[in-house]
Design a binder for this molecule. Sequence first.
Ligand SMILES: *[C@@H]1O[C@H](CO)[C@@H](O)[C@H](O)[C@H]1NC(C)=O
Ligand SMILES: [Zn+2]
Length: 580
Amino acid sequence: MPSSPLLRWGLPICILAIAFVLAIRQQQQPLQQPLTTSATHCYTSVRTLWPTNDSPKCFTVSSDGSFSDVFTPKDGEVPEDAVSSEGHVIPGLWDGHGHLRQYGEFLHSVDLFGSSSLEEVMVRVKKYIAENPSAGSKDEWVRGIGWDQTFFGRMPTADELAQDPDLKGLYIMLDRIDVHCTWVSPAVLQLLPPLPPTVPGGEIIREPGPGVFCDNAMDLVLPLWPRPNPAAQARQVRSAMAALNEVGLVGMHDAGETRKNLELYRELASHDEEWTVRVYGMLECDKRNTFCPEDAAVVAGESDFLTVRSVKLFADGALGSWGSAMLDPYADHPDTSGTLLINSSALTTVTSQWSTAGYQVNIHAIGDLANRNAISAFSTALERLCPDPADFASCQRATHRFRIEHSQIIHPEDQKLISSLSIAPSVQPTHATSDMKYALSRLGSERLAKSAYRMRSFLHVHPAPLILGSDFPVEPPNPFRGMYAAVARRDPATGLGSPDKPDQGWHLDEALTLDEALEGFTKGPAWGAFLEDRAGVIKPGAYADWVVLDEPLEKTDVESLRSLKVKETWVGGKRVYARA
Ligand SMILES: *[C@@H]1O[C@H](CO)[C@@H](O)[C@H](O)[C@H]1NC(C)=O
Ligand SMILES: [Zn+2]
């Protein structure tokens, strides 16, 4: 998800939202105890993801919140001072690509995901307004996310947001499912200055009527939107963290935040007892795809709960809105091959600037042209920075760890380059299962079969596991749903596979095993954040983060991953979530 449209995205806090936050606080506070001394915990089983000869059942957490010992009790006797509990432990889970603040905003806005008609969109907006009577004014727009015009058969229009008497005159701004387009009401449209005929890198939709703005054209609308204040943002972030802990997440990579928002994170992380998710933040300059070292210097730093040492760039848009930049035209839109947000030479320049300054560079690339440009930018940077021209791959793995966010459609020749340079693909398994309904028509069968939605093909790119994530709030953050999508290649919401053969997984040749998927939500993101041996494993010296399940994950039936609910989540030796 590009964060530019979302940077300023959010909602003034409403009565419902406050009630929600209070509910979470009440639930959380009794669970959090200050950790003053070391503590030993024993469970029915402990999966460490770290090679050990025996099967440990216990671990000790030291007062600094890391594991100090992992062991099998002698003669099966649990130590006297240990807390012994039922349950099967896995390392705390990480999402390798999400949007924390926007997820909090999403939790406080109109949820349009899955709305299959314009009528359903209206019903949901009206329900939200009934629950949030102050929303819709000039100072407090109604915000929402999740509509998808593929359900409507055409783009929606502003007028359609004013036909209902309950909605007339309201300020409404609703983001497309992939956040690459936004749809506004006539009241918002009236605030805009006369529109230019075209916008480079963007599109003003005019058919069947005005109201939708895509990619760079969204910047015409966003500056007018009244942003939530810092206190509201803080509440939204806390809501997001509580919801992430609930699905077993202990860490996440925030794929693009401005300096201002990363400063807010730092403020909250330093004071807030409720900062319960480890965040690996990627900086996005206020002006997208630029070099802003002064801003980076202000927010760069590493601590247990917030690390910033990387930047996010955007090569293109998204497939759903024909915005991803392709080498060849779309099969269902032969007059276009999508839109690059930055040309190849400029991308190479800005990548070299950031990497020379010591930052990890993570490029959003969906289409095969965008991916080619990203690989070429990384390759040039490695040539410039690596001492041994015969071994860029080792240098990339040891020092730079350049990543391609999404890595969705990649020409077979470029897949070889990714491999030989050890460039890290960061993949969202649920994007594949959400896109499968239109991927064939957009791409045609040849491109779909050879270039798109790789996972298994990337496993051997380098010794580290794949970096898996969800892109929340674009998809739900539940990592077990991500594992399901990766293993079964079926939609976790419905259990359905290929559009033509719903009882079969979609392109199963690219599926992962459950163990590979688990590593993709633990060790993969840890590696992608330079945190190997610190996160995603249970071993001495690692963060004491773990998740308790009712049964061992490896014995869990794949179909039941869809509805799996974790029992407990622990971060830094403290329990942050317990199932009621
Ligand atoms: C690429 O973009 C840069 C910056 O917008 C521009 O100065 C340059 O002329 C462009 N190069 C090409 C080859 O289009
Ligand atoms: Zn994203």
